[in-house]
Design a protein around this ligand. Structure first.
Ligand code: ADP
Ligand code: GLC
Length: 488
């Protein structure tokens, strides 16, 4: 099969810039495509963290101002483990340290439409005949609203095929009409079947309208976003474009997330050596100021604290939790009222509930390993990576039946125990009572050591690597390229 030239465009990439799962995907998927023998390059803004990581980056091109509102910039080239990176350098737009989307007060950065308009514009340029470097992409693969305008430029100006991946349809990148001109887009793009969305310019909607192919990060979410409840106003467009839409389940980086080698753990273990997991539990209890005991069930949470993740349910069952033989370790950051709610919860139950506010990659690994059960009662979850990390760490999760959670977690029942697929606990409702019942069920199940071991092993033995997904993306790219050729 012929080699593809793929431009992968992203606004975050682990380990340098990460606010959530997109950062992990942007590190692992391009690496898997590269490993499969394709010529993939990653385009990302040259944030301070990348400047620090790649001081040797070389100048690849000077980029003139391409639209009235877009400043001139530079493309720098660097490499990570053989994978080429294109760093979009424009200090006036990307020079601030910290969160890539929010300012120090937690508000969206004012110039986001320009910051990500430029990222999209340059992405498109690299798929066009007048690419500024000695390379042109056959397919430009953009991710979420931050790069979703690239397919729009490719549509109106010509160029390669495009794929947009929706990691979360709730974030649409909506800005004023005036950006149409400043981003250099034609006035006739302002249509309900163009870039306009309820009187605003929506980057995501525009990308979904014009991309050659669309993907999202799990098969269930691909169905859900065609439904009003999950589609945030875009369900009719998703239904309209159904034949161009695929659901491809994310993988996880099985080297970084490997309990038998993870450098953050005090004790390494594997599916056939699960007794060694226990030391991680006592170490975590000690680290987080919980009472050190093995007979209580330790629940873990690692999450952005937002409505999406459904963790407010835990705050409404405080007394119920107090009555269970359990502990809770939470690592998270996000909305102020949820942060305050969890801090108060920890104060109310010292030794039983511990909360660490903030983003802490190393502690995330220790919670995955040290907890007995992982909680992820999301209201919606396009894919979710944490439930896969916890399955791999022998920490069966409690999840809601939505998106990628529904595609990865198999509820424990007689039937699924018999056919060796049972690997966690699935909630049908998002009521506090359902949450409590599931936690109670886990506390009751764990003492049955043989059955619990089987549930852990079923999760640990499933293949969550990127191999299958990389293969599916390659077919999607080929499909997009053929479709684009037919359009010409
Ligand atoms: P989302 O992208 O919606 O936040 P995912 O489950 O796909 O959800 O990915 C979340 C990623 O971010 C995981 O790698 C998870 O470990 C990490 N993460 C989330 N919150 C924190 C935190 N407070 N500290 C460390 N890692 C976190
Ligand atoms: C988004 C989604 C999450 C998904 C991640 C990576 O942040 O909320 O479910 O796993 O993107 O695709």
């Amino acid at each position: 099969m012929s080699q593809l030239s793929i431009l992968f465009v992203t606004s975050e990439m682990a380990p340098w810039v990460k606010t959530g799962g997109l950062g992990d995907v942007s590190a692992a998927l391009p690496a898997a495509l590269h490993k499969a023998g394709h010529d993939v390059r990653v385009l990302i803004p040259n944030y301070p963290a990348l400047q620090a990581a790649f001081p040797q980056a070389r100048l690849a091109a000077q980029l003139p101002a391409l639209a009235p509102g877009l400043p001139p910039a530079r493309l720098l080239s660097a490499e990570t483990a053989g994978l080429p990176l294109l760093l979009l350098d424009c200090p006036e737009l990307y020079g601030n340290a910290g969160n890539p989307y929010l300012d120090d007060h937690g508000h969206d950065r004012q110039d986001n439409p320009i910051r990500f308009g430029l990222l999209s514009r340059i992405a498109a340029l690299l798929g066009q005949a007048h690419s500024p470097i000695d390379w042109q992409a056959n397919v430009v693969h953009v991710n979420d609203w931050q790069s979703a305008m690239a397919p729009v430029y490719l549509h109106f100006e010509g160029g390669s095929a495009s794929v947009v991946t929706v990691h979360n349809i709730a974030f649409m990148g909506c800005f004023g009409h005036e950006y149409l001109a400043s981003l250099g887009l034609p006035q006739h793009a302002w249509r309900f079947d163009g870039v306009e969305f309820h009187g605003q310019l929506s980057f995501l909607k525009a990308g979904l309208q014009f991309a050659t192919r669309i993907s999202t990060v799990s098969p269930t979410y691909a169905r859900e976003i065609q439904d009003e409840h999950f589609g945030y106003g875009l369900a009719p467009l998703m239904r309209h474009r159904e034949s161009a839409l695929r659901g491809i389940l994310n993988g996880i980086d099985t080297e970084i997330w490997n309990p038998s080698t993870d450098p953050e753990l005090v004790s390494h273990y594997a599916a056939n050596r699960l007794a060694a997991k226990r030391k991680n539990k006592s170490a975590l209890q000690e680290e987080m100021g919980l009472e050190v005991a093995d007979d209580v069930t330790l629940f873990g949470v690692i999450s952005r604290l937002t409505h999406q993740k459904g963790l407010d349910l835990l705050l409404t069952i405080q007394d119920g939790m107090a009555a269970l033989p359990m502990q809770l370790a939470v690592l998270g950051s996000g909305e102020r009222d949820l942060e305050a709610g969890f801090s108060a919860l920890a104060k109310r139950y010292p030794g039983k509930i511990a909360v660490k506010l903030g983003f802490d990659e190393a502690l995330a690994h220790r919670i995955e390993a040290g907890a007995d059960c992982f909680l992820m009662p999301s209201r919606f979850e396009p894919c979710g990576l944490n439930q896969m990390y916890s399955l791999r760490y022998g920490t069966p999760p409690i999840v809601r039946a939505t998106g990628g959670l529904a595609d990865t977690v198999v509820d424990v029942s007689e039937e699924t125990l018999a056919n060796m697929t049972a690997n966690g606990f699935v909630l049908r409702d998002d009521t506090p009572h359902a949450m409590w019942l599931a936690m109670e069920r886990v506390c009751r199940s764990r003492p049955d050591k043989r059955q619990w071991l089987r549930i852990q092993q079923n999760g640990m033995r499933r293949d969550f690597s990127w191999k299958q997904a990389a293969h599916d993306y390659i077919s999607l790219y080929r499909d997009a390229i053929s479709a684009r050729e037919l359009e010409r």
